[in-house]
Ligand binder design. Structure first.
Ligand code: SF4
Length: 350
């Protein structure tokens, strides 16, 4: 029997009721989500189990494995404070132009063999040149031919390019909002939050699968995290990547502490309850916050997917261990990938 804690001053948070509401299809209001954020850290295990119940209701035993390649790295015009690829900072990220197709094919094949069903082409910079966008579409064909869903993370795409990506057989358009609207100006000054929101909204309206989330541990508050969750819910994205800051030397956030495991688990729970039927994927930084002993927690805290293999500028861990840990937690790779924006799974589909 789940116990209750007080929240919002007077209202008790009952985990059983929280789970029931998250499985009902009715969105939880902000007070319920604030109560999740206020849940005591020493009892985070109970919250993780409740988040797992909600994940299991909407996603059954499936787990999404996805991978990425840094198809064009470094020399970015933007000044995101956490990022080693920004030309404004002094991180030591690799710098290279768009990778040859053969290198992309090999990276995708490695991850396919490791169990990934989706593979994203990630490029640094706010916008692609015409030449690089043409290379991206060529790469979509190469990745699709391997039987993988070819996703992309190419900065901001306008409507015409979003349609060209979709018509080339592309899968998800990935574009993170990074953090809450109020906190964003402290993280990035080279473009406006509204530009990112517009790109995400346009992609959703065009019927693309849209993957958009953020990075945590930048110094943002729980209210900032809630603001991001509610923005993503309003936009109707189908997948939310959760990244944790890995402080990189030479960036403005190089001295920030790594989040604790408990706080990271609570962040995943918050997004699971805010967007119960959408993919919540553990991505960059998960090895920093969970550590080798707790790596299996990735499959027990409400996340419906994990990124396997390497991250953008950091080495990941061996994907085989992730597959083994997922199996131990009773999870099987989801070959179908995420459902489209706005659509919920029925009980029969689970
Ligand atoms: S997060 Fe993306 S847009 Fe921001 S600096 Fe890094 S590569 Fe550039």
């Amino acid at each position: 029997m789940c116990e209750s804690v007080r929240h919002g001053g007077d209202v008790p948070l009952d985990l059983e009721e929280l789970v029931a509401r998250a499985c009902s299809g009715e969105p939880l209001d902000a007070d319920w989500l604030r109560a999740v954020a206020a849940w005591p850290g020493e009892r985070v295990g109970e919250l993780a189990r409740a988040a797992e119940q909600v994940r299991a209701y909407w996603f059954g035993s499936s787990v999404g494995f996805c991978g990425i390649v840094n198809a064009r790295s470094g020399a970015c015009s933007e000044d995101c404070a956490f990022c080693a690829q920004s030309a404004h900072h002094h991180g030591d990220a690799p710098q290279h132009g768009f990778l040859p197709l053969q290198a992309i094919r090999e990276a995708a094949e490695r991850l396919r063999q490791a169990g990934a069903t989706r593979f994203s082409l990630v490029t640094s910079g706010k916008r692609l040149s015409d030449e690089d966008f043409a290379r991206l579409l060529d790469a979509v064909h190469v990745v699709s031919a391997l039987g993988l869903r070819a996703d992309c993370s190419p900065g901001i795409l306008d409507r015409a390019r979003l349609m060209a990506f979709r018509d080339a057989g592309g899968g998800a358009y990935h574009h993170n909002l990074e953090t809450g609207r109020s906190f964003f100006p402290r993280i990035c000054s080279t473009h406006a939050y509204a530009e990112d929101v517009r790109a995400v909204r346009e992609a959703v309206e065009l019927g693309l699968e849209v993957c958009s989330g953020g990075i945590f541990g930048l110094g943002e508050s729980w209210e900032d995290r809630l603001e991001l969750a509610l923005e993503l819910r309003e936009l109707g994205v189908c997948s939310v990547p959760i990244n944790f800051l890995h402080p990189v030397a030479g960036t403005p956030l190089e001295d920030r502490p790594v989040l604790t495991k408990g706080e990271a688990v609570k962040i995943v729970a918050l997004f699971r309850f805010a967007l119960p039927d959408r993919h919540v994927r553990l991505c960059g930084g998960r090895h920093d916050v969970l550590g080798p002993q707790d790596r299996g927690l990735a499959f027990k805290c409400g996340a419906s997917g994990v990124m396997i293999g390497d991250y953008l500028t950091l080495q990941g861990r061996d994907a085989e261990t992730d597959a083994a840990l997922a199996r131990r937690a009773g999870r099987v790779p989801d070959v179908a990938g995420p459902h489209v924006n706005g659509a919920m799974r029925t009980m029969e589909e689970l």
